[in-house]
Ligand binder design. Structure first.
Ligand SMILES: [Zn+2]
Ligand SMILES: [Zn+2]
Length: 97
């Protein structure tokens, strides 16, 4: 047993604690803790603004997208930043594939 593995409920891969996470509520995977945080709305114990997860459609509306591993990323989808990211990580991307 380890913290890394698959979700017992949905069977998805769970990224490590410092490389994102897997939501126990909506069972989406996230490429970073920041992206994980972005998909949560509201506050615990606040009936006017209850804690909940964004749906995939709502996440896309906020500029989030799925990466090649099927994990949500928080990047703004500006063409120039995508080019930068792909150029900077080209070797890493190939390793992932
Ligand atoms: Zn969630
Ligand atoms: Zn799950």
């Amino acid at each position: 047993m380890s913290e890394h593995g698959t979700c017992a409920v949905c069977g998805s891969e769970i990224p490590g604690p410092f490389s994102g996470g897997h939501c126990n509520s909506c069972h989406q995977g996230f490429n970073s803790n920041y992206a994980d945080g972005l998909h949560r709305r509201g506050e615990y114990g606040n009936p006017k603004n209850p804690r909940r997860c964004l749906t995939p459609d709502e996440m896309r509306e906020r500029g989030m997208s799925l990466n090649t591993r099927g994990l949500w990323v928080s990047k703004a989808l500006r063409p120039e930043s995508l080019t930068e990211i792909q150029g900077a990580n080209s070797s890493g991307v190939q390793d992932d594939l």
